[in-house]
Write a protein that binds this ligand. Structure first.
Ligand code: FAD
Length: 380
């Protein structure tokens, strides 16, 4: 076993750490308060190639391995999880279905534009279809050489900024997994509109919106995968997406640990720094240990994916472990900061809110456990 990062991975980690410290961290509080992200920051991330990280080089991307991608997401998440969610959705579920299941023509048409920074979004969730994605009701009606999409998708990350949407819809009158179809849909298509923007607890820099489809005509050539395979395409993309969310949680958790150590060393009570109190030291030890355990699971999931091994179970294990470790780290960080941790002047207050959703999106913790149990019960 080799736990050493290679030169390329270290280079990306250092480069993104510097970028996040210089360009994102100073804006994080303001973005959180305003519930928005400056376009100039997105442009800088475009210039640095962040939107093409996972894309094949032949399509204008950087073609980095999964661990490098994870390290990038971790560094970005330490500065702002609102920024990192846009990039992780774009580099995984928003584009991966195109890279993996699109025709050669579709790949040539869309991947270079996505790699250059035209944002990709993922539309599966509906008001009545969350964890049970197979209960989606948005329809795709075949009409000659195209499909007409009708329905509504909610909780779409980057939905108001996106240029492209991966959308899963079904043949009218059908139920279940079968007869679902995945498409890549362009923003400017007539009948597609951005509706309600969510006013969220955390990740406030990122926009989360409803997208309405009213007779949206999509060429049959924009199908991703075969007809009837829509949910398979989406679930395959989510397996990879979950690794990104594990690293997002690791980044937030690591930021909680570092802020807590910094604070505990300078905050004095009873005549000495609180870091001298055994209880506080235990808290710090537990935070660090849980995050490190989650990091190892996350690295392992990357290794499996990069070596073309099955990784569904391990990605779910990484996500559930990392998001729960980070959630506990955020709670402990607020506790270590005492009353100040409850105030917006301290970043841990934001981490505490931002981390919450990592146990919900791209499959809740309960759904991850269903996935893990199903795999384990089949294995033994
Ligand atoms: C900020 C944010 C961004 C998001 N971005 C996207 C996006 O870009 N694209 C997209 O398509 N979706 C997105 N989502 C949606 C997200 O993936 C869903 O919220 C999530 O899958 C859960 O669905 P739900 O909210 O409908 O909850 P529900 O499915 O209604 O679940 C409610 C509760 O019931 C539990 N539950 C449900 N079924 C079971 C079961 N069988 N066994 C045990 N417990 C169960 C759940 O774990 C949960 O605790 C986003 C959500 C948020 C909040």
């Amino acid at each position: 076993m080799n736990f050493e990062l290679n030169e390329n991975q270290k280079m990306f980690q250092d480069m993104v750490r510097d970028f996040a410290n210089q360009e994102i961290a100073p804006l994080a509080h303001q973005m959180d308060v305003e519930g928005d992200m400056p376009e100039e920051l997105i442009d800088k991330m475009r210039q640095n190639g962040f939107f093409g990280l996972t894309f094949p080089e032949e399509h204008g991307g950087m073609g980095v391995d999964t661990l490098t991608y994870g390290l990038v997401i971790e560094q970005l998440s330490k500065a702002s999880a609102g920024v990192s969610v846009m990039l992780t959705v774009h580099n995984s579920v928003g584009s991966y279905p195109v890279a993996l299941f699109g025709s050669e023509e579709v790949k040539k048409r869309y991947l270079p534009r996505m790699a250059a920074g035209e944002i990709a979004a993922f539309c599966v969730t509906e008001p009545g279809a969350g964890s049970d994605a197979a209960s989606l009701v948005t329809t795709a009606t075949k009409d000659g050489d195209s499909y007409l999409l009708n329905g509504s998708k909610c909780f779409v990350t980057s939905g108001s900024r996106a240029a492209f949407y991966v959308v899963v819809a079904r043949t009218p009158g059908t139920v279940g997994h079968k007869d679902t179809h995945a498409f890549i849909v362009e923003r400017d298509t007539s009948g597609l509109s951005v509706a309600k923007k969510e006013d969220k607890m955390g990740l406030r820099a990122s926009d989360t919106v409803t997208i309405d489809f009213e007779d949206v005509r999509v060429p049959a050539g924009n199908l991703l995968g075969a007809e009837g395979e829509g949910l398979r395409v989406a679930l395959t993309a989510l397996d990879a997406g979950r690794i990104g969310i594990a690293f997002q949680a690791l980044g937030i958790g690591q930021a909680c640990l570092e802020e807590s150590i910094k604070y505990a060393k300078v905050r004095e009570q009873f005549g000495k720094p609180i870091s001298a109190q055994p209880t506080i030291r235990n808290m710090i030890a537990d935070m660090g240990t849980s995050l490190e355990a989650a990091r190892m699971l996350s690295y392992h999931a990357c290794w499996l994916k990069d070596n073309d091994r099955p990784f569904t179970k391990e990605a779910a294990m990484a996500k559930v472990t990392a998001t729960e470790a980070a959630w506990k780290a955020a709670d402990t960080a607020v506790q270590i900061h005492g009353g100040y941790g409850f105030c917006k002047e301290y970043a841990v207050e934001r981490y505490y809110r931002d981390v919450r959703v990592t146990r919900i999106y791209e499959g809740t913790s309960e759904i991850q456990r269903l996935v893990i149990a199903r795999k384990l019960l089949a294995e033994y």
